[in-house]
Design a protein around this ligand. Structure first.
Ligand code: NA7
Length: 546
């Protein structure tokens, strides 16, 4: 069995950063990656129109000023292929590949309490032993696929947006296509596929809020400007609520005149994308303020949809803007003005079954050649529960989190010493520009390991009392917002039977950063740091039998 200092699971943005940083501290690190390529979600989500909804300059690593200066983003919002090129460039530039094992899907991680080490097993039985075990498996990486009656009998092709076939260009020309789901994936692919397909039917369950991407090529001048002030931009992102690099309006939406609000929303609509939610500071915390934004967006959406009956169905109602993840689209609503695009509103006419020809709803039989599930993910915990992660006394993470995730600071779990979870539950993760959160947590982890090395500490472990306090704080912050007013993958509602708990930390990346910093300054408060593994110390103290 190969022995290393740290095993990192997942070769996406987080895993690569963990490898680079810990290796830079002299650690022997191995990354295990289940698939045959780097990039995590950016490797798998190769559907047409896939693109990031955070601006490229912010959705990129900040650890290397040279990398920042050398890399040239071509568009304000990078496409999936461009992001994948960037990831591969980073892997080559920092010589990361030699420490990444591809096609190594972890099936089990087991903590050895006496040795304070993890044994990691991958499919096929290969094993590694590591002092630190770092989970970088992403929050939206376990797909959710419906199972309708008759589904396996469909004669055409079924594809999930996040398991998009690689090394194959799917030509939709002349095809009758269904997209089920209108989250970011469904909304991004709709206009692109609509341009090719003979007929496209979009199955909508919940009309979703969306703000236009206003995507554009990055001019040389813009590139120069950003690069000349990149540090300030990063500082703004690190000190912002969500990790986006623009200034936040500290005003309330309710303390200005309707005319002024209209002007602010109009400007935000054409420039901020996802950041529209920050056009006023209280949009996410005050229902009345939120309604001013929601009403503006509904008006905007309605104005680009030609057919009144479609307008009625596509305009989002029934939940607050951004209480569920809104999308950033490029022509989604306009696609419904095309004659070859149809809306199937499953709340009105539910899907009854799949047939060999297509999908039967209570209204009619739709015939298809291709059906695309853009139905999302088992968020946050899906990929953490897939392998068996076994901590102290044989307890699994799944058992530990039966009633919902419990963490100290969103990074660590009692009974699972020396294990770190990057951008998991209890951290800003999906409520932030995830790049900011990834780098913040990995830098914190690297500092923790440095401290452990300097002090001869072999085991760190979250303290149950601190976990309880952190979970209470996460819930308290969530209650200050509008996130709890609707079902979403933020609170476990996306999977039947899942614990209904608010998963991410809504206190913002700046607030979160402060908690991490204070914890470290106070000698890692809320963590037990041990020079002898707890189990070995307990054994030594136990009375010996005679
Ligand atoms: P999302 O945002 O989770 O969206 C999934 C969509 O699929 C959403 O519209 C769901 O409707 C819909 N859905 C799920 N199951 C069904 C069934 N059975 N029938 C009809 N519709 C269904 O995933 P995405 O891949 O679009 O985006 C993921 C993230 O990528 C996004 O949040 C950004 O962070 C980037 P619902 O709303 O649940 O009624």
């Amino acid at each position: 069995m190969q022995e290393v200092d740290a095993i990192v699971i997942g070769a996406g943005f987080a895993g690569l950063r963990a490898l680079h940083t810990l290796r830079g501290q002299g650690k022997r690190v191995l990354v295990l990656e289940a698939s045959d390529g780097l990039g995590g979600v950016w490797y798998h989500n190769q559907y047409p129109g896939a693109r990031c909804d955070v601006e490229s300059y912010d959705y990129s690593y900040s650890f290397s000023p040279e990398l920042e200066q050398d890399w040239r983003w071509s568009e304000r919002y990078a496409t999936q292929p461009e992001i994948l090129r960037y990831i591969n460039h980073v892997a080559d530039r920092f010589d990361l590949r030699k420490d990444i094992v591809l096609n190594a899907r972890m099936t089990e991680a087991r903590y050895d309490e006496q040795a304070a080490r993890w044994t990691i097993t991958a499919e096929g039985g290969r094993q590694w032993s590591a002092h630190y075990f770092v989970m970088c498996v992403g929050q939206l990486s376990t797909t959710k696929t419906p199972d309708y009656p008759g589904q396996s009998g469909f004669k055409g092709r079924i594809i999930h947006s996040a398991v998009w076939p690689r090394n194959e260009t799917i030509d939709f020309t002349g095809k009758r296509v269904a997209i089920i789901g209108t989250g970011s994936s469904g909304m991004q692919m709709t206009p692109v596929i609509a341009r090719q397909a003979a007929h496209l039917t979009v199955f909508q369950r919940t009309p979703n809020f969306s703000v236009p991407a206003s995507n554009a090529p990055v001019s040389d001048e813009e590139d120069r400007q950003v690069k000349a002030h990149y540090r300030e931009r990063r500082e703004r992102a690190w000190n912002s609520p969500t990790g986006l690099g623009f200034a936040v309006n500290r005003q309330s939406a309710l303390e200005v005149s309707p005319e002024e609000r209209e002007k602010v929303y109009e400007a935000a609509w054409h420039r901020l994308g996802f950041g529209f939610a920050l056009a006023y500071h209280d949009i996410l915390i005050n229902a009345e303020a939120n309604e001013t934004a929601a009403e503006f967006i509904r008006r905007k959406i309605a104005s680009v949809i030609d057919k009144p009956e479609l307008r009625e169905k596509l305009v989002p109602r029934g939940h607050h803007f951004a209480a569920r993840r809104p999308s950033v689209d490029s022509g989604y609503f306009q696609a419904f003005n095309q004659d070859n695009v149809e809306l199937a509103y499953v709340k009105e006419s539910p899907i009854v079954e799949f047939t060999p020809e297509g999908i039967r709803t209570t209204a009619k039989l739709h015939a298809f050649d291709v059906i695309i599930f853009a139905t999302g993910f088992d968020a946050f915990t899906g990929s953490l529960f897939k392998p068996s992660i076994v901590g102290r006394s044989g307890i699994t993470l799944r058992q530990k989190w039966e009633d919902g995730p419990v963490t100290q600071l969103g990074v660590s779990v009692s009974d699972f010493p020396n294990m770190l979870i990057v951008v998991g539950p209890g951290s800003p993760s999906l409520l932030s520009n995830v790049m900011v959160s990834i780098e913040e947590q990995i830098d914190w982890l690297a500092a923790l390991i440095k401290t452990m090395d300097a002090q001869g500490i072999v085991e760190f472990e979250a303290e149950p009392e601190a976990e309880r306090a952190w979970v209470a704080h996460v819930n308290e912050r969530a209650r200050e917002t509008l996130y709890l007013t609707t079902d979403s993958y933020y609170n476990g509602a996306e999977v039947k039977g899942k614990a209904r708990v608010f998963m991410p930390y809504s206190g913002g990346v700046r607030g979160y950063r402060r908690h991490l910093r204070e914890c470290a300054e106070q000698g890692y408060s809320g963590f037990a740091l041990r020079k002898t593994p707890a189990a070995r110390a307990a054994k030594a103290e136990a009375p010996q039998a005679v």
